[in-house]
Ligand binder design. Structure first.
Ligand SMILES: [Zn+2]
Length: 74
């Protein structure tokens, strides 16, 4: 399976529906996008995912990180 957002194939099943075999939730181990199998194709199909929200896997290490929380003042 290919991640709709970053187009890599490091996708795993995160959870399956507790009753029946109704849906699965997948997670991408590259960009951490997750999606449910029952969502519309614009959220599940790499070709139909909105190009504005695509991520290049190689650019992830250069993205800004959330600043660390400083120690609490006493
Ligand atoms: Zn991804």
């Amino acid at each position: 399976m290919i991640c709709p957002r970053c187009d890599t194939d490091k996708v795993e099943v995160m959870v399956k529906s507790p009753v029946g075999d109704v849906w699965e939730v997948y997670i991408c181990k590259t960009c951490w996008y997750s999606w449910r199998s029952t969502e519309t194709s614009d959220k599940t199909d790499p070709k139909e995912y909105n190009a504005k929200f695509k991520i290049k896997a190689e650019s992830i290490p250069d993205m800004l990180v959330i600043p660390a929380i400083p120690p609490l003042k006493k």
